[in-house]
Design a protein. Structure first.
Length: 90
């Protein structure tokens, strides 16, 4: 749900969903960081990105983007923009 909310530009809703106890501390932390960044909450976004990278140290935006089957490149770019703003590595 948090991924869909992010894709729809509903960043506050995405943050609420992705901070839910069931999903928090999983790979969804990456999208949480992006949503926070899109809201201009950069300190929180960078903190979440750092925590995500502690669990997934080999993550890179370019490798992620190369493997995602988005039909709409603009949607993929929205995620990339958020990841960059959050401080995830290219």
């Amino acid at each position: 749900l948090g991924f869909a909310e992010y894709a729809a530009g509903r960043y506050e809703a995405a943050v609420k969903t992705l901070r839910h106890e069931v999903t928090y501390r999983t790979g969804s932390r990456r999208v949480l960081a992006a949503a926070l960044a899109q809201l201009g909450r950069l300190d929180e976004a960078h903190q979440e990105a750092s925590l995500y990278l502690a669990s997934y140290p080999t993550f890179s935006i370019s490798a992620w983007a190369a493997t995602q089957p988005f039909r709409d490149p603009a949607l993929r770019d929205l995620f990339i923009e958020g990841y960059r703003r959050a401080g995830l590595p290219d």
